[in-house]
Design a protein around this ligand. Sequence first.
Ligand SMILES: CC(C)(COP(=O)(O)OP(=O)(O)OC[C@H]1O[C@@H](n2cnc3c(N)ncnc32)[C@H](O)[C@@H]1OP(=O)(O)O)[C@@H](O)C(=O)NCCC(=O)NCCS
Length: 383
Amino acid sequence: MTLTDTAPLHKGLDNVYVCESKICFIDGENSRLYYRGYSIEELSQKSTFEEVAYLLLNGSLPTAKNLTSFKNELLSASTPSRHLLEWVAENSRNSDPMDILRTSLSMLSITDKGSESGGQDANLTRGVHILGAAPTIVAAISRARRNLSTVPSPGLSSLAANFLVMHRGEEPDEFDTRAMDQALILHAEHDLNASTFSAIVTASTLSDMYSAVTAAVGTLKGPLHGGANEAALRFVEHVGTPANAEKEVNDTLDRGQRIMGFGHRVYKNYDPRYKILKATSKELCERKGLATMYATAEAIEKAAVARLSDHKILPNVDFFSGIVFKALGIETELFTPVFTMSRISGWAAHVLEYLSDNRLIRPKSVYTGELDRRYIPIKERGA
Ligand SMILES: CC(C)(COP(=O)(O)OP(=O)(O)OC[C@H]1O[C@@H](n2cnc3c(N)ncnc32)[C@H](O)[C@@H]1OP(=O)(O)O)[C@@H](O)C(=O)NCCC(=O)NCCS
């Protein structure tokens, strides 16, 4: 008897559709990405992260009045409990920042009495609560790791500016704020990638928003997903100068290793976010005296494209996002937590949408093991 006869096997769930969605469309062949029907190019140029987060969560761009109250909701969530921030300060020095962030976001549920009560409005409120609290937690993690005290939320209406103040301890200039805001927009949403899928798997059991986001953070942590920009930047730093790029890329590929920040399950052409981030990282690096880092990244890109483009393996969002974050003064271990701050908006949007037409997610595996094995009592199993 073969147990695989009944259904095709979709390893990695490649090309499997599990729901309908109006949130995000990726045209991987033509390098197009849309949030709720708006192109990523237009949103990243004309919008702010708060408008985009509102759009993802609610389905339409906010009016000025909607936006003010949304920003106020985010701001009121930007001061999580003193107890939580103390725990972050005490535990961040020697722990993985994503572990601290995952645990902290989960802990937010403790101060939300009735966090398990259902209803779309309650879930939306929780999503906004988590989104508003995350930058404060991420900045506190960073400062504790640098042996600096936590900076309380300064109450600025831009989440990007608020985060940069809490991270740096001083106000950013307009260019940095806009670059941060744009990076948040570009990381906010990307259809049913692994972390978003894990959020809806958790939500589909009628668990709660905190659990869904916590599951997603754990999934985003992996180097094949959110961790790729850290690995890409580390490679740029390892290569050091443009002159080393071609040899290092060829050696890496000849050893059978991957170039991080390249390749994508959905894009078989360039990732449109990469183009936008590349332009921003160039300008940022010029302003910050990091021209060599940018030139090294560009030389790696050129060498890797020469080797990989025939296989449709091209730069993805992570290749230049690490350069942007680094030029903004964000330390490498914080890249994935910063990505998380933004992606919470996409996760929450998908959870809300999925729950509006919920079906428990329960795939199957193809069993390839034995059947009817003879049970051997423990005393007879040998040493
Ligand atoms: C993202 C990723 C997992 C998607 O890949 P995928 O569609 O699942 O493709 P696979 O992992 O099956 O790889 C297919 C082939 O391309 C190669 N490949 C894929 N990405 C590669 C990369 N970045 N560098 C070199 N080779 C790569 C694989 O080695 C494999 O080659 P093989 O068929 O000779 O074994 C993959 O491209 C990758 O690991 N990229 C690096 C990590 C990264 O940047 N992640 C962020 C994604 S936004």
